[in-house]
Design a protein around this ligand. Sequence first.
Ligand code: MN
Length: 133
Amino acid sequence: MNETKKILHIEDNFENRILVRRLLQAADYDVIEAENAFQAISQLRSNRPDLILMDINMPDVDGYTLTAKLKTVPGIKQIPIIAITANAMRGDREKSLRAGCDGYIEKPINIDTFLDEIHYFLEGNIGKYPANN
Ligand code: MN
């Protein structure tokens, strides 16, 4: 039997957090959340998620900066970080990967493919789902 996977969602926007939480909880994922970098670091002191979903545009510390920081921390740097990037912003993807993100999901989230994307990244795949796209 599969162990329940834990996902940390870092996102400052309330509506986006609700949407992602509903989708993930409906699929029986254990969801923890942070509204900013400070809360994210606090969550990671007491939790070891299997995957981190990282918003890019956040006040104070943005997703690139937080990712680059987390990727230096022993015990945390091996957790896959998936950027959630605005799909119009092509430069965001490259910047996310350069900051150390393992992959990205486009915003607005496609609710029909979101869980497949999550599964793909939990399996250890990187880049973008589907792979040949
Ligand atoms: Mn945001």
